[in-house]
Design a protein around this ligand. Structure first.
Ligand code: ARG
Length: 488
């Protein structure tokens, strides 16, 4: 008889009801974490004299065997991994011993603990992968400080920039994503265990001990909060959403740039598909899917937000429905980060097409207006008026044309106020435009080199943080293993 239902319930759910209710499929993600949580809990129970040493040892060795057997050995007629695992333990070591594991605990604090443990490791993987993406972006940027390309606003030619400047914009966005994930990590790495169903327990448990054995930063203060909240999940998925939005914009540029109209890059064959009918096609399907998957992750975010909305305290089974969205969003963002890195790292850049495109669309108009201001002292808005009037003609500006227009507009010749042919020529040179934009954040090669140095410094800090997070996890897992070994 089912160890959970045998007391209170008489009729078993049919298969259709079980399929509707069970979280076994999603629980595959938390199986290892569940064993870890069980072990930490049991060690703590023994240290608090809530269970005996021999009972603790028998449970721990049973848990080891269950871990080796894997989740597939568990009885799937149970509704989740927690109770199925306990049932298997009781089958192995008998109820008089195995039946003591769940003292002072509920599946409500247990599942929240398992999700947090699993998620924190995944967040570290994601941070590592995102850091690698930033590394690839700055490495590629480092090769293109002088690669002039059009910069766009409204998808219209705007001003000359460099590929380095453009890639560094993306690198900075991903860096911020990493910082956000770091904050989400801290809110995830909090221990709900010991909250039991929600009202804690009358057993003299030691929550500090499980916090230490599981490598959490601290125990969640309020036991009702501990089992009820999924805000750490929402926070993580919103980081993923933000990141997917950034990746989707990167994907969009890769798609545009590899079109015949732009022809700025060619993606590697491995990141391309072809057509079943049009033999000539080389399609950026990976980038397109990356763009689309932002929608998948946003969907997950809205799902979890909506599941949690207006949910009364404390635990409700609704919360189970949220978890698969977290894993789907997580897998999606991690894979997308890896795809982005691969595409950027292997694409070939067609510098000539970029520079050719820079010579169309009068992208140096801003600089010409600026030069007029700097040489003649007229207000910027007036220079803007004169250059705008030149742009309307579609002709390449000359000193005489500018003089003619300025005579009409301000009744003065710009040449009389110091504008020269040479100043105009320089203003119309895209390379010169870029070189001049050396203020902080600008595209001048000097400045993009400085920007890379700043990013490198930030990367060192991120690397150090990831190292510290991992160290804490590993130390806790050694401590737990040592505590378990006392029985071996
Ligand atoms: N499978 C459940 C979940 O994911 C575990 C907690 C079940 N708790 C309960 N009281 N039914 O939320």
């Amino acid at each position: 008889m089912n160890i959970l239902r045998r007391g209170r319930l008489q009729v078993a759910p049919d298969e259709d009801i079980m399929r509707f209710t069970s979280s076994m499929e999603a629980d595959k993600r938390i199986f290892d974490a569940d064993i870890q949580v069980d072990k930490a809990h049991v060690v703590m129970l023994k240290e608090q004299d809530i269970i005996k040493e021999n009972e603790c040892c028998a449970i721990l060795s049973g848990l080891d065997r269950i871990q080796k057997e894997g989740i597939s050995a568990l009885d799937t007629s149970y509704e989740d991994v927690h109770i199925a695992l306990e049932a298997r333990l009781i089958e192995m070591v008998g109820e008089d011993t195995g039946g003591r594991m769940h003292s002072g605990r509920s599946r409500n604090d247990e599942v929240a603990t398992c999700i947090r443990l699993t998620l924190r490791t995944e967040l570290l993987f994601l941070m590592e992968e995102a850091k690698d993406l930033v590394g690839t972006l700055i490495k590629t940027a480092g090769k293109h400080h002088e690669t002039i390309m059009p910069g766009y606003t409204h998808t219209q030619h705007a001003q000359p920039t460099t590929l380095s400047h453009n890639l560094l914009a993306h690198a900075n966005a991903i860096l911020r994503d990493i910082e956000r994930i770091k904050a989400a990590y801290k809110n995830t790495n909090q221990n709900p265990l010991g909250a039991a169903a929600f009202a804690s327990t009358g057993f003299p448990i030691n929550r500090k001990k499980t916090t230490e054995l599981l490598g959490f930063d601290s125990a969640i203060e309020n036991s009702m909060d501990a089992v009820s909240t999924r805000d750490f999940m929402i926070e993580s998925i919103s980081c993923f959403s933000n990141m997917m939005t950034n990746l989707g914009r990167m994907a969009e540029e890769l798609i545009l740039w590899s079109s015949s109209e732009f022809g700025f890059i060619e993606l590697d064959d491995s990141y391309s598909s072809t057509s079943s009918i049009m033999p000539q096609k080389k399609n950026p399907d990976i980038a397109e899917l990356m763009r689309a998957k932002a929608g998948t992750v946003n969907g997950a975010l809205v799902s979890v937000l909506t599941i949690c909305k207006a949910l009364p305290y404390s635990y409700n089974r609704d919360l189970q429905e949220a978890t698969p969205h977290l894993w789907r969003a997580l897998d999606t963002v991690r894979a997308s980060v890896r795809m982005a890195r691969g595409m950027i790292g292997t694409m070939s850049v067609k510098k000539n097409a970029m520079i050719t495109a820079t010579n169309t669309g009068f992208m140096t108009a801003t600089e010409l207006a600026d030069v007029i201001v700097r040489t003649t002292g007229i207000p910027f808005r007036t220079a803007h008026h004169i250059v705008g009037a030149i742009a309307k003609t579609g002709l390449t500006p000359t000193l005489s044309m500018l003089d003619e227009l300025s005579s009409e507009i301000i009744h003065e010749k710009l040449s009389d106020r110091g504008l020269t042919e040479k100043a105009i020529r320089d203003a119309l040179d895209p390379v010169d435009n870029v070189r001049k934009r050396k203020v902080m954040g600008g595209p001048s090669p000097l400045e993009t080199k400085r920007q890379i140095a700043v990013i490198n410094k930030k990367m060192i800090i991120i690397e150090k943080d990831i190292g510290l997070f991992n160290k804490k996890i590993n130390e806790a897992s050694d401590k737990l293993a040592k505590a378990c070994k006392k029985c071996a």
